[in-house]
Design a protein around this ligand. Structure first.
Ligand SMILES: [Zn+2]
Length: 364
């Protein structure tokens, strides 16, 4: 059962009868993301022990939010806290929610608390991990945080990642991202041009002109031809269609069915068609290609830009930045990073605020 309100919980508790003693909220996860499982512990009579009753899950679905900003928010936790607070007031029970800030499926159930330890970093109750690769005294979340902080502290390089834009009159339209430039289908055709134009700056934007896109378009169409000449329509058992998704693409008046998951040739054709479409779109709309590269960027630089952009909505005071990194960096290190990013054109001072520039938006 999906729980979306306190009233649902209250109704279930009343149906169960007896005295509710504990309301428990524990995280669990699957391929769709994290959700919270709610259970209530009930005492039927003075002498009897508590019995646990599962109530349902609180879920808002999808882990996409993990990739959209630095700090994901968990509306599930907010709703569970609200439900817990009202249940405490109504029944005088204990609301047991051992990980209210972040998802964690290593927390003990109410009845397993004697097996748990407190995380050395955040104090949360956890059942110690059995993995030999993970520290035993901290929770998984704090382990990841320690690793992340270490990358920031030691200025680990963070130059991977190239974004591909279509550009016209000051407007950049995101058209794709790859960890490495060579992964773009168009890379072999424009690699020399890109290499000759790439600068040594922290951020470098490389433009591909209209004439070059026209040239690229002709070459792509020429090279996709032998692939299409050898094209074989996929034979797929209808029962398997769920596992082998088919993309239908029109090209020069013919429809091609492309099996994307297990067929390398089909995937190659699809990538070519997409690149040809992109070039065609750019030529029709008089846009050029722009690729953004990083050179000399560190995790420290990257996280600061993301903090200012996503958490502080584009501008932050020096104090707020220092506060964000107070456990990881000293004030001098923060100031040096701000200076480095200013010199590179990624940040500027706007009164008392540090503001992200358009250039920085091309790389985060
Ligand atoms: Zn912890």
């Amino acid at each position: 059962m999906s729980i979306t309100s306190y009233e649902q919980v209250e109704q279930q508790i009343n149906t169960l009868g007896g005295k509710p003693t504990v309301l428990e909220a524990l995280w669990d996860g699957d391929t769709q993301g994290w959700y919270l499982c709610l259970s209530v512990y009930i005492k039927k009579n003075i002498l009897g022990g508590e019995t646990s009753h599962y109530l349902g899950t609180v879920t808002f679905g999808g882990d996409i939010r993990l990739f959209t900003g630095e700090v994901p928010s968990w509306p599930e936790a907010a709703l569970a806290k609200e439900i817990g607070k009202r249940a405490e007031e109504k029944y005088g029970l204990t609301f047991y929610f051992p990980s209210p800030d972040d998802p964690d499926d290593d927390c003990p159930r109410w009845t397993e608390r004697h097996l748990a330890i407190s995380c050395a970093d955040c104090n949360k109750l956890i059942i110690p991990t059995t993995s030999e690769y993970l520290p035993k005294d901290i929770c998984y979340h704090c382990h990841l945080e320690r690793e992340w902080n270490e990358k920031i502290k030691t200025e680990k390089p963070c130059d991977d990642g190239v974004t591909f834009f279509l550009y016209k009159e000051g407007i950049y339209q995101n058209n794709g991202y790859c960890s490495y430039f060579d992964s773009f289908t168009v890379a072999p055709y424009i690699k020399d041009i890109v290499e000759s134009r790439k600068s040594n700056e922290l951020v470098s934007l490389v433009e591909i002109t209209t004439d070059e896109i026209r040239d690229l378009y002709i070459k792509l169409r020429k090279d996709v031809k032998p692939l299409l000449d050898n094209y074989k329509k996929p034979e797929i058992d209808p029962k398997m269609s769920k596992f082998k998704p088919i993309d239908k693409k029109a090209y020069d008046g013919t429809i091609y069915e492309l099996e994307m998951k297990f067929n390398d040739e089909h995937r190659k054709i699809s990538n070519f068609m997409y690149s040809i479409e992109t070039a065609e779109k750019a030529l029709n709309e008089e846009k050029i290609f722009v690729f953004s590269f990083k050179n000399g960027m560190t995790y420290r630089d990257d996280t600061m830009l993301r903090f200012i952009n996503y958490v502080s909505k584009g501008s932050a005071s020096v104090e707020a930045i220092c506060k964000r990194y107070e456990k990881i960096l000293n004030e001098q290190e923060v100031m040096d990073t701000i200076e480095k990013l200013k010199r590179a054109g990624c940040l500027k001072t706007d009164g008392t605020m540090i503001t992200l520039t358009d250039l920085a938006k091309r790389i985060i």
